[in-house]
Design a protein around this ligand. Structure first.
Ligand SMILES: Nc1ncnc2c1ncn2[C@@H]1O[C@H](COP(=O)(O)OP(=O)(O)OP(=O)(O)O)[C@@H](O)[C@H]1O
Ligand SMILES: Cc1ncc(COP(=O)(O)O)c(N)n1
Length: 274
């Protein structure tokens, strides 16, 4: 086996197809930091550039479809991809292009984070694009990871209780995703997430940390699932690791910025040191 072949057989490779967050807390930047901490080689295909900090989104610049296609082609045809996640895909043609490319390159282990609105309230997915997610991307997904407002939009129904979360998971599973993780970060009480495989439910619970520094929690959580799937970790364990990763990242806050600050991506590796 050549050096290159040996390295390829050792290193798990993950691709994030998402928007850039200049503040580094969410989007591509959060994903690549998470991949690195979990010992996975990270690659990116940018869909948009956002001018963003902890106070909000100050500008959104979608990239041309050709730029998105060529980035995916470049990494898939040379470096190889063991798992891929999608984040901010704001317009219908972007969603269609990304879905087509994932199919064309037969990229395994697709994690769809159906990003719709930033913490500060800025829309990152145009309303007209919601149906395109359901039609084109969710049927390809190994896992989809909606937060409560996203799940409500997808099923057009309010979610107020854990039973509602389970019903949402059932309905979203019917759209064709193999696994659904409904994140309960937006409910009160413990931070409870639910994994549904089409038959059984698994719950992941952690204490809620009272903090405003939760910018990018969803991106980081789904990136951690992606990294674990890239290594071949089974889904239940992958979600458990992601839950521990995000719990540490929220708990050991960095305290950056005047608004919703980023989480601490190093915290997971430091968790046994204190
Ligand atoms: N205050 C908190 N304390 C502990 N865990 C939390 C807290 N807020 C969210 N979580 C956990 O973080 C993960 C992400 O959930 P959340 O619902 O915040 O996603 P999100 O809204 O998509 O995030 P974002 O939009 O900020 O990227 C979940 O595992 C959730 O349970
Ligand atoms: C580029 C990009 N992708 C995703 C999010 C969502 O993260 P949050 O809801 O924490 O603002 C974001 N703000 N920016």
């Amino acid at each position: 086996m050549s050096d290159v072949q040996q390295a390829r057989s050792r290193v798990a490779r993950a691709l994030t197809i998402a928007g850039s967050d200049s503040g580094g807390g969410a989007g591509i930047q959060a994903d690549l930091k998470t991949f690195t901490v979990l010992n996975v080689y990270g690659m990116s295909a940018l869909t948009a550039i956002t001018a963003q900090n902890t106070l909000g989104v100050h500008g959104i610049f979608n990239l041309p479809l050709e730029a998105i296609e060529l980035q995916i082609d470049a990494v898939a045809t040379d470096l190889g991809v063991d798992a891929v996640k999608t984040g901010m895909l704001s317009q219908v043609p972007i969603i269609e292009t990304v879905a087509r490319k994932i199919k064309q390159h037969n990229i395994p282990n697709l994690v769809v984070d159906p990003v719709m609105v930033a913490k500060g309230g800025a829309k990152l997915l145009e309303d007209s694009s919601q149906q395109a997610l359901i039609d084109h991307l969710i049927p390809l997904a190994t896992v989809i990871t909606p937060n409560l407002p996203e799940a409500e939009v997808l099923i057009n129904r309010e979610i107020k209780t854990v039973e509602d979360m389970k019903e949402a998971a059932r309905r979203i599973h019917d759209f064709g995703a193999k696994y659904v993780v409904v994140k309960g970060g937006h409910l009160e009480g413990d931070a409870l997430d639910i994994l549904f495989d089409g038959q059984t439910f698994e719950q992941y619970v952690s204490p809620r940390h009272e903090t405003k520094h939760t910018h990018g929690t969803g991106c980081t959580f789904s990136a951690a699932i992606t990294a674990e799937l890239a290594k071949g970790t089974p889904i239940r364990e992958a979600v458990a690791t992601a839950k521990e990763f995000i719990t540490c990242a929220i708990r050991d806050t960095l305290g950056l910025g005047a608004g919703h600050g980023p989480t601490n991506h190093w915290a997971y590796n430091n968790r046994h040191k204190n």
